[in-house]
Design a protein around this ligand. Structure first.
Ligand SMILES: Nc1ncnc2c1ncn2[C@@H]1O[C@H](COP(=O)(O)OP(=O)(O)OP(=O)(O)O)[C@@H](O)[C@H]1O
Length: 494
């Protein structure tokens, strides 16, 4: 819910305006003076707009706007005043006010003005983010990171920006790893310097080395002139090695050398060349597992993984969905020239419930498609048919589970109603890891479920159950007691 700040020295007017805003779905904070308003604005970066009274004792509305400009607080301001002079209107608008009203303001006009101001601000923020991305000055302020699960990412990326140590960013596909890398570059001393992206998984095998390190004329057929590689291109700045786990073994050795010596060896060169490049790598597979499986050099792993950052998937930061959707609507409406101005609460709720296996990139594409196809000014549930279809299937499965009376006492799973078992078998794997509140279940809960399943699957033959679960029989029996699964189980049923 977007927070707005209402500032008025008249307590009755203050309460009335705040109520109008609350009724329209905003959360109104209030201040009775300019100093208090500035204090709130400085401490709460999530405030989306301010409704400001011009005439107040001590710090008046104009002074508040001037202070906001000085402090770099770019929240849109809607001015209200009891008596208007043309001069004050002009001054306030010059100072950057988004709109101006003489009291009493009809509620619907005030709300429309608030919505317009917020939409414009979202669009301006998207434009600022794009400009910062292009100029290498991207920062945390350009990224949506309101969810508590992103707090650690924010802190770590700011810390990483202060040094030049290699960073490894891990996270599922589309979670924003590249953006985090851009924040690390944009907030540090290499801000504004080159930021070169290499998708290691997409390089043709025979061109990996020359793409990364460059080549000399005559190094191979077709090498008609010296060609600098990505490392040379990134000199003075940052190289972002996406899908670093896909690098072939020979290239891994060369990368290790860059990390150890700060030198690259272009293909066909007689001696190495020094480079000054910060290395940020990323992967959506666990690099440690690749290392354990012998697919990735261990020495290189430790060199790359000096400062690890894990970016959580979107389903663990659903609080960001509303802001991301607003951001994408503003951007795509502007890009496609469609007059889409928002999303209905029911549709937003649908998007919040979906698990987004493709994360933010999938959400971005989904909103794009909806903006292009919609006929209305507000996106509705019907504009997200794929999400409806997928959620519908899952929720129907859960409802059929609910319809089955679940026995109060733990039972032998063999005796559980057949429909329940069938639903368990068809539920998508990731749903099994969520509890009834949609939260990730505890290890104990999953272990209990797995043991019950194994007992049912092997018809209660406990020796076999212990064997397939990879634990001893005494451990199995201890766990049965711990989880209250002993009812109906004959300890001799081996
Ligand atoms: N916090 C965010 N705020 C706004 N846009 C975001 C955010 N995170 C990601 N995006 C957008 O989502 C898309 C995917 O992000 P990005 O490319 O950084 O993900 P990634 O994890 O590097 O993906 P991949 O694993 O496929 O390389 C991009 O278009 C990016 O601009």
């Amino acid at each position: 819910m977007t927070r707005i700040l209402v500032v008025d020295d008249d307590p009755v007017q203050l309460r009335l305006t705040a109520e109008v805003a609350d009724r329209a779905g905003f959360r109104a904070l209030t201040a009775t003076g300019g100093a208090e308003a500035l204090r709130i604005l400085k401490s709460d970066p999530a405030i989306g707009a301010v409704i400001l009274d011009l005439v107040m004792p001590e710090l008046d509305g104009m002074a508040v706007m001037e202070a906001m400009a000085r402090e770099g607080i770019s929240v849109p301001v809607i001015i209200q005043t009891a008596s208007a002079s043309l001069e004050t209107v002009v001054t306030a608008m010059r100072q950057g006010a988004a709109d101006y009203f003489v009291k009493p303001v009809p509620p619907e006009r005030l709300i429309m003005s608030l919505r317009n101001a917020l939409r414009l601000e979202t669009l301006e923020a998207a434009v600022r983010a794009e400009q910062a991305r292009r100029s290498g000055t991207f920062s945390l302020a350009h990224m949506i990171t309101e969810a508590p699960a992103m707090a650690r990412v924010a802190t770590l990326s700011q810390k990483a920006a202060k040094s030049n140590i290699p960073v490894l960013i891990e996270g599922e596909t589309g979670v924003g790893k590249e953006l985090v890398a851009r924040v690390i570059q944009g907030a540090g001393e290499r801000s504004g310097k080159p930021f070169v992206i290499v998708n290691c998984g997409a390089l043709p095998a025979n061109l990996v080395d020359s793409t990364l390190f460059g080549h000399k004329k005559g190094a191979f057929t077709g090498a008609v002139c010296d060609q600098p590689g990505k490392f040379a291109e990134a000199n003075g700045g940052t190289i972002f090695l996406d899908e670093v786990g896909d690098l072939p073994p020979e290239t891994q050795v060369k990368l290790l050398r860059v990390l150890q010596e700060g030198e690259i060896e272009p293909v066909g060169a007689s001696r190495p060349e020094r480079v000054n490049v910060r290395i940020i790598s990323a992967t959506n597979r666990r690099l440690l597992n690749l290392t354990k499986a012998g697919e990735f050099r261990e020495d290189l792993y430790y060199r790359l993984n000096v400062f690890p950052i894990y970016v959580p998937p979107l389903r663990e930061r659903r609080e960001d969905i509303a802001a991301l959707v607003d951001h994408f609507i503003a951007r795509f409406a502007a890009e496609t020239g469609k007059r889409v101005t928002g999303i209905e609460e029911g549709a937003l709720d649908l998007l919040r419930r979906y698990d987004w296996p493709g994360n933010i990139r999938q959400l971005e594409n989904t909103v794009y498609r909806a903006v292009v196809l919609t006929e209305g000014a507000h996106l509705e549930t019907a504009d997200f048919p794929q999400v409806v279809a997928q959620l519908g299937g899952r929720e129907a499965a859960l409802m059929s589970l609910d319809a089955v009376p679940v026995p109060a006492a733990p039972v032998h799973v063999d005796h559980a109603p057949a429909r329940r078992r069938q639903a368990e078998e068809t539920a998508p794997a990731q749903d099994r890891f969520l509890d009834e509140n949609g939260e990730v279940a505890t290890l104990a809960a999953i272990e209990r479920e797995l043991i019950a399943f194994a007992i049912a699957h092997h018809d209660g033959r406990m020796a076999r159950v212990a064997r397939v679960l990879g634990i001893g029989r005494s451990t199995l029996y201890r766990k049965l007691h711990e989880y209250g699964l002993t009812d109906g189980i004959d300890s001799d049923a081996a």
